[in-house]
Design a protein around this ligand. Structure first.
Ligand code: 2HG
Ligand code: ZN
Length: 465
């Protein structure tokens, strides 16, 4: 890069401790996508909006790419500096600036860890529902960039539903403040929503105004065990069909269960070949009868056992099993590729069956688990050979392409929550029409005319239909 000139300038402006040259930047070359290592030329650890604006201005003047980074927990390579340049990390912007109990609002900096905000608002009897699996590590700025979801999205929706307003810095350094502090508001285009889920390609978030809810009074959790995954997926659609609205409706197939069994705090019987984890919330007196009714729906769909958490300890243990699926799979295999396709809810049982057929056909281990209530399935392709070995990528890619084809044929989408990033960029044209892709390219060019902010992510590169 023209970093030869930019690095000393950044060091002078921000102080040497806040600018890491490439030899100290290795950690910033990777994320949770397993897509390889792309060490940036430099990392800037920004602490204020002014510093973010300064970096974006200097980078624009010198034509240097800038890649925004939250906590580095992204699963699609969105924070990888594939074209070199600067990684601009917001991990030090960790202030919770305000929690307003009357207006049900929190104002935060982008580096606040999602779980930290949740604890802070829950102490005040408030609730911030989005709960990505990585909530103890991921940051709200990253959640906004990826429009993160999580198990509670079934009842409460994803990050976008909670972002009332933003402060974003555009390439070149201009600051925009789309949005509002009001519960309702329809002035102008919904620019806030455009930035949420834009994967750090349009601007860098420096402040987020979030909507909060009152904390539900009580929670109930149950686990239904099945001897086959098809029955488990039918139970999910039956629960929805019966009119229940749990806050989470998660499915784990046999491969997922086999991986968590050795570490699970709760004993998972070997005969369980699939499980559905269900959580309801609401008024205390309604919890138990609702759990019983949902348990009966599961039994009618083929559950051979339904376990109801009797206290907070049981509840935590059941969720622990779900939360460690991704990391357990990653530890056990040389390469784990995560997908997060989503289909209309009713099509979930068909998708599950097809994914298992695809695994068999390609001779690859596949785990299917995740947010079944939302039709959002984590298909993890598991390889005992390293990603770099000859032919492995093609083999895995062929299986993934089949998963995408089946998903789209069922009226689904490539990504329910992890975003497109680098991982799925080349498949976007399978889902979206050329004119829609072109429209998005124009939006990108409007915000980033030099194509310097997170270049090469999200939109297909190089071909224009
Ligand atoms: C989850 O729901 C995460 O556990 C990660 O979104 C899923 O590793 C994965 O594919
Ligand atoms: Zn997930």
């Amino acid at each position: 890069m023209t970093q030869v000139t930019l690095l000393p300038l950044l060091e002078r402006e921000l102080g040497a401790a806040r600018v890491l040259a490439s030899d100290r930047a290795a950690r910033y070359g990777q994320d949770e996508s397993n897509l390889g290592s792309f060490p940036p030329d430099a990392v800037v650890l920004a602490e204020t909006r002014e510093e973010v604006a300064l970096v974006l201005r200097l980078a624009a003047e010198r034509g240097v790419p800038v890649v925004p980074r939250g906590a580095g927990t992204g699963m699609t390579g969105g924070a990888l500096a594939t074209e070199g340049g600067i990684v601009l990390s917001t991990e030090r912007m960790t202030r919770i600036k305000e929690i307003d109990r009357e207006s049900l609002i929190a104002v935060v900096e982008p580096g606040v860890i999602t779980g930290t905000l949740q604890e802070a608002v829950e102490d005040l009897g408030l609730f911030y529902p989005p709960d990505p699996a990585s909530l103890s590590m991921c940051s709200l700025g990253g959640n906004v960039a990826e429009n993160a979801g999580g198990p509670r999205a079934f009842k409460y929706g994803v990050t976008r539903e909670y972002v009332l307003g933003l402060e974003v810095v555009l390439p070149g350094g201009q600051v925009l403040r789309p949005g509002r502090r009001t519960a309702k508001g329809v002035t102008g285009y919904d620019v806030t929503a455009l930035f949420v889920g834009s994967e750090g390609t349009l601007g860098i978030t420096t402040e987020v105004t979030l909507k909060l809810l009152p904390l539900p009074a009580a929670v109930g959790t149950l686990l239904a065990l099945f001897r086959d995954v098809h029955a488990a997926s039918l139970a999910v659609t039956s629960i929805i069909g019966a009119g229940h609205r749990p806050r989470a409706l998660e499915l784990l197939d046999a491969t997922a269960l086999d991986h968590v069994r050795p570490k699970s705090q709760f004993p998972i019987p070997p005969e369980a070949r699939a499980a559905v984890l269900i959580e309801v919330d609401g008024e205390p007196e309604a919890i138990e009868p609702t759990c019983v009714r949902i348990g009966q729906v599961c039994e009618r769909a083929g559950a051979y056992e339904v376990i109801l958490a009797k206290d907070e300890k049981d509840r935590r243990q059941l969720w622990h099993a779900r939360r460690i699926v991704s990391s357990s799979l990653k530890e056990a295999h040389r390469w784990k590729l995560s997908e997060d396709v989503a289909v209309p809810r009713g099509a979930m049982p068909v998708l599950i069956d097809r994914v298992h057929e695809i695994g068999k056909r390609h001779g690859l281990g596949m785990a299917s688990y995740g947010h079944a209530g939302d039709g959002n399935l984590h298909v993890n392709v598991l390889s005992e050979r390293a990603r770099e070995e000859d032919g492995v990528k093609d083999h895995v890619r062929a299986a993934v392409a089949d998963v995408f084809r089946e998903t789209l044929a069922l009226g689904g989408t490539l990504s329910g929550e992890h975003g497109i990033g680098l991982a799925k960029r080349d498949y976007v044209a399978w889902e979206q029409a050329p004119e829609l892709i072109e429209f998005q390219r124009k939006l990108k060019a409007l915000c980033d005319p030099q194509n310097l902010l997170n270049p090469g992510k999200m939109l297909p590169v190089g071909h224009r239909e």
